[in-house]
Design a protein around this ligand. Structure first.
Ligand code: MG
Length: 249
């Protein structure tokens, strides 16, 4: 069931999203050669707690940390670890959210560690831009398929693989609500977009094949061909005046 939010609920979500964005910002600023993904996770945890909020990934479906931190060919759901040390040239996807006053925020971005290759930069730029294209399509009266098509057409035009197995989602009192927001599909199809909907839109884009596998840890998702992957996400409210990005620090 898709839940439409009242203006009071949107104000509460804005606060959860502000904190989520602030946590992503400090976590991203900590990305540098020599730091462990565990340390970055701790920075995000401390920030969220300092704002009086709760890390909403922690314990969800049994996930053991505040942030999913996924390096290079890891697509999503990487588990922070004291033994995972970043090195120059890595690209680091950080996905996290905060909950406060009963409402959730969710956002992600891929960060460069030191000097990265031009190919990695291009993948990150295209993935970030595909999120902008998707948000532009999130207008009342449109359909979920418009968002999906915006991501897919933009990324495939650049020769990249669009991950099918994982999608964006509605968000509100629960971190994951209906509807599902895929990154591939047909414009004009699917659930109608209405004012009061709040969606986490999150393209996961691979340099090579779209295909992925889950590691034996049961969490980490990697590209099947070992090529790079990037991930950008915003929580977006659909209003009568158009889309509003809620995850702004
Ligand atoms: Mg999400």
């Amino acid at each position: 069931m898709v839940v439409l939010k009242t203006s009071r609920e949107l104000a509460l979500m804005k606060e959860a999203c502000r904190i989520s964005a602030g946590a992503l910002k400090v976590a991203g600023e900590a990305v540098r050669p020599g730091i462990s993904t565990w340390e970055i996770d701790k920075i995000a945890y401390d920030y969220i707690k300092s704002q009086g909020a709760e890390p909403n990934f922690l314990g969800l479906y049994g996930f053991p940390a505040t942030a999913c931190i996924s390096i290079n060919d890891e697509v999503i759901h990487g588990i922070p670890d004291k033994k995972r040390i970043l090195k120059s040239g890595d690209i680091v996807s950080i996905d996290l959210g905060a909950k406060i006053a009963g409402y959730n925020g969710d956002n992600a971005a891929t960060f460069a560690c030191g000097e990265i290759s031009d190919e990695a930069k291009r993948l990150m730029d295209v993935t970030r831009e595909s999120l902008c294209e998707a948000i532009r399509a999130a207008v009342p009266g449109g359909k979920i398929g418009d968002i999906a098509y915006a991501v897919q057409s933009y990324c495939e035009k650049h020769g990249y693989g669009v991950v099918r197995e994982y999608t964006g989602h509605g968000i509100g009192k629960a971190l994951h609500e209906d509807p599902s927001v895929p990154n591939f599909g047909t414009a004009g199809r699917g659930v109608r977009l209405l004012p009061g909907m709040t969606l986490a839109i999150e393209p996961m884009i691979n340099q090579g094949t779209a295909r992925v596998k889950v590691l034996p840890d049961g969490w980490t998702v990697k590209t099947l061909d070992g090529k790079l992957s990037a991930h950008f996400e915003h929580t977006v409210a659909i209003t009568k005046d158009g889309p509003v990005i809620l995850t702004q620090p």
